[in-house]
Design a protein around this ligand. Structure first.
Ligand SMILES: [Zn+2]
Ligand SMILES: [Zn+2]
Length: 370
C-alpha cells in the first residue's frame, strides 16, 4: 500500500511519464488516499517553472482514505475526501480561520516537500518533488495532511464533479461569494471564461446579481456564458462597450487572464468605490508597473485572490448544495479523461477546448497495490 502509479513531469519533455513511485511513511497528521479522480488546472502547467523536476503535480484530488497517521481524528479509512489547498495550521492566519492566507501557502504548495523539508515520494529510491499542494494527486495514491482533506458524505455528487470543484471552481465562486460578497442587484464583469470565470458567473447568478458581463476570445465559452445569463463579449471589447452595460459602473471586476490591457481598463469600468479582484498578474510579475492613480481616483479596493478566500469545509458543501438545487451546473464545465490520457487533457485545456479537465483513475487500479 505504499506504491502508486504516478504521472511524472520530467525535465526536457512536455509530456508526463507514467512511473511507479514509492510513498514515504505517514507522519502523524497525514493520510494516504486512494485517488479516484483529480482535476487539471493551469497551475499544474505553470508548476513546471516553480517546482524542481522530476515532480508529481495534481492538486484537486478526490478519493478514499486508506490509512491514517496516529494523530488523525477527523477522517478514517473508508471515508471519501476532497483534497484542497495546504496550510500549516499554526500561523496567525490559520489560527484566525483564514487558512487560505496561510503564511506557508507557497512553500507547502510548490516546494515539492513537506513543511519540514522531507520528501513524500521516491522514484527508483531517489526523492522527487511530491507533496504538491500537500497531495500530488496525479497518482493512484497520494499522501495528504488531515488539514487539507474535507470529508464529503453527499452521495449525489460524483467524484469527477467534486474533483472539478476543489480549486478553480471554488476560486471563482469564492471570489464572488466570499471576497466581493456581492449582493442581489449588483453587477460583475469577468475577464476570462475558464473554470474560474464561469464559476464566478454561476455564483453571481446564485446570489441574484443583476448584470454579469463575461469577456473571452473563445466562442464556445461565450455561448456557455450567454446561456447562463451573462452578456458575453469577445476579447478586445472596448471599455466603453463594457461600461455601457452597467450605468454606474460595475460593483466588482474579476480578472482571470493576467492581461495588461485588462488591468489598464479596469478603473474605467468600475463604479466609484468598486472592487477589483485578480487571481493572476500580468507578466513579468516582478517588474510590471501598474499606474495606480486611476484606481485611487475610483477609490477602488484591490484584492489579490487565492482560493476565493474559501474555507474548503464550508465552501465545498455550499457549492454541492447549490448544485443539488440545480443552480450551479458545473458539470457542464467539466471534460472527463481517463488518467492514461493526461497529456491529451493538458493539450485540450491549452487549446481552450476543455474548460475544466478531470482525470479519472481506472477501476482496475483501485484497491490494488502492495
Ligand atoms: Zn498557516
Ligand atoms: Zn488549481
Amino acid at each position: 500500500m505504499n506504491r502508486a502509479i504516478a504521472a511524472v513531469a520530467i525535465e526536457g519533455s512536455p509530456d508526463f511519464e507514467f512511473r511507479e513511485v514509492r510513498l514515504d511513511e505517514l507522519r502523524p497528521d497525514e493520510i494516504c488516499v486512494r485517488i479516484t479522480a483529480t482535476g487539471v488546472c493551469r497551475t499544474d502547467a505553470e508548476a513546471r517553472h516553480l517546482t524542481p523536476l522530476p515532480a508529481v503535480f495534481g492538486h484537486e484530488g478526490v478519493g478514499i482514505v486508506e490509512r491514517t497517521g496516529k494523530a488523525v481524528t477527523r477522517v478514517k479509512p473508508g471515508d471519501r475526501v476532497a483534497l484542497t489547498y495546504p496550510y500549516c495550521g499554526a500561523c496567525p492566519n490559520c489560527g484566525a480561520a483564514r487558512e487560505y492566507h496561510c503564511d506557508s501557502n507557497l512553500p507547502l504548495s510548490f516546494s515539492g516537500r513537506r513543511g519540514d523539508g522531507s520528501a513524500t515520494l521516491f522514484l527508483d529510491d531517489n526523492p522527487v518533488s511530491g507533496a504538491f499542494f500537500q497531495q500530488s494527486s496525479f497518482a493512484t495514491r497520494a499522501i495528504a495532511t488531515e488539514r487539507n482533506a474535507t470529508r464529503i458524505t453527499d452521495k449525489d455528487v460524483p467524484d469527477w464533479v467534486l474533483a472539478g470543484m476543489t480549486c478553480g471552481i471554488m476560486t471563482g465562486a469564492g471570489a464572488v461569494a466570499n471576497v466581493f460578497d456581492l449582493q442581489p442587484g449588483q453587477s460583475l464583469a469577468v475577464f476570462g471564461a475558464g473554470a474560474v470565470g464561469l464559476s464566478a458567473l454561476l455564483a453571481a447568478r446564485v446570489l441574484h446579481c443583476e448584470t454579469v458581463v463575461v469577456i473571452d476570445p473563445h466562442q464556445n465559452r461565450r455561448e456557455l456564458a450567454a446561456a447562463w445569463g451573462a452578456h458575453a463579449l469577445n476579447a478586445g471589447a472596448s471599455g466603453t462597450d463594457i461600461r455601457s452595460l452597467a450605468a454606474a459602473g460595475f460593483d466588482a471586476v474579476l480578472d482571470t487572464t493576467g492581461q495588461e490591457s485588462v488591468w489598464r481598463m479596469v478603473p474605467g469600468i468600475l463604479r466609484t468605490g468598486g472592487q477589483f479582484g485578480a487571481v493572476t498578474t500580468p507578466e513579468p510579475a516582478d517588474s510590471w508597473a501598474l499606474p495606480i492613480a486611476p484606481f485611487f481616483e475610483r477609490f477602488a479596493t484591490l484584492r489579490m485572490i487565492i482560493q476565493g478566500a474559501s474555507r474548503a469545509a464550508e465552501m465545498l458543501p455550499r457549492m454541492i448544495a447549490w448544485r443539488a438545487e440545480g443552480r450551479f451546473p458545473v458539470d457542464q464545465l467539466i471534460s472527463r479523461f481517463p488518467f492514461a490520457e493526461i497529456n491529451s487533457a493538458f493539450a485540450e485545456s491549452a487549446a481552450g477546448r476543455a474548460i475544466k479537465p478531470v482525470l479519472e483513475m481506472p477501476r482496475q487500479d483501485q484497491g490494488t497495490g502492495e
